[in-house]
Design a binder for this molecule. Structure first.
Ligand code: SF4
Length: 237
C-alpha cells in the first residue's frame, strides 16, 4: 500500500504544478547531483525497478564505487520540527555538485522510479553556471510539505542520502540478488550512515503561500487509496 500512496502523492503534486512554465527537458541534468535524499519506501521502488529491468549488476557497480557523497545530519521532518520549536540549527553545508551516478549520457537510468526529491527539481528559467534553478517560492514550500509527507509515510524506516539508503535495504529478501554483488562491509557502513524517518511535526508554510499549499495538501489528504482516505491512512486510521 505504501507504494500506491507514494505514487498518489507524486501524481497529485505533478498535476498541481503542471501549469508552471518549466523549461527543463530531456538531457537537462545540471540538478542531478549526489545530494538526493530518499525514504526506504522510495529506495524499494528503485531497487524493484532495477530488478525488473535486469539492472542489478549495473546498480551494484554504481553502489560499489568509492564513496564521494556526503551523508545527511537531519531529516526534513527533524529540520521542520526544530524550526517550528524555534531551535537554532547548526548544519554544515553538505551540498556537492558531483553528478548522480545514475545519470548516463545526461539521462536518468532509473527515471520511472526516481524519488520525489528528483521529481521536484525543475526550473522556470534555463539553468547555467550563473543562473541557478528558479521556481516560485510557493512551489518550493509545497514541494517541502509533500517531501515531509513522504518522510511521514516512511517513518521509523531508513532515511538519508540515496546512496546510503539503497545499500541499507539490500538485506530485504526481494533485493538479495543485488546485495550478493556488494561487499557486506559497504552495506553495513551505508546502513550506519542513514537516519530514521520521522513523523510530521507540522508544515513549514509561510502565511503568504498558505492558500496554495493548503489546497494541494487537501487534495492529497482527500485522495482515495484502496477505499480509504489518504489523510486517514497517514494519521494511522
Ligand atoms: S536519480 Fe535520476 S533524476 Fe535523480 S538525481 Fe539521479 S539521475 Fe537525476
Amino acid at each position: 500500500m505504501k507504494s500506491t500512496i507514494l505514487h498518489t502523492m507524486y501524481d497529485i503534486f505533478s498535476d498541481w504544478s503542471h501549469h508552471l512554465p518549466v523549461v527543463c527537458n530531456r538531457g537537462c541534468s545540471a540538478c542531478c547531483t549526489e545530494n538526493v535524499t530518499i525514504t526506504a519506501t522510495e529506495g524499494e521502488e528503485i531497487l524493484r525497478f532495477a530488478a525488473v529491468e535486469s539492472l542489478a549488476p549495473w546498480l551494484a557497480e554504481k553502489l560499489a564505487r568509492p564513496r564521494t557523497h556526503q551523508s545527511v545530519e537531519m531529516t526534513t521532518n527533524d529540520f521542520a520540527g526544530a524550526c517550528l520549536e524555534g531551535r537554532e540549527i547548526d548544519q554544515d553545508d553538505i551540498h556537492t555538485t558531483l553528478p548522480c551516478p545514475f545519470l548516463e549520457e545526461n539521462s536518468c537510468r532509473i527515471y520511472p522510479a526516481r524519488p520525489f526529491g528528483c521529481r521536484v527539481f525543475i526550473s522556470t528559467k534555463r539553468c547555467s553556471s550563473i543562473q541557478p534553478a528558479l521556481v516560485p517560492d510557493y512551489y518550493f514550500e509545497a514541494a517541502t510539505a509533500v517531501n515531509q509527507l513522504v518522510e511521514h509515510l516512511g517513518q521509523r524506516e531508513y532515511w538519508g542520502n540515496m546512496l546510503d539508503v539503497l545499500p541499507a535495504l539490500l538485506d530485504i529478501n526481494e533485493f538479495r540478488e543485488i546485495g550478493t554483488l556488494l561487499d557486506q562491509t559497504l552495506i553495513i557502513e551505508a546502513r550506519l550512515r542513514t537516519l530514521t524517518a520521522k513523523p510530521l511535526p507540522g508544515f513549514l508554510v509561510s502565511e503568504k503561500n498558505n492558500g496554495q499549499v493548503t489546497q494541494l495538501l487537501e487534495t492529497i489528504f482527500s485522495a482515495d487509496v484502496e477505499g480509504k482516505r489518504l489523510g486517514d491512512i497517514l494519521n494511522g486510521h
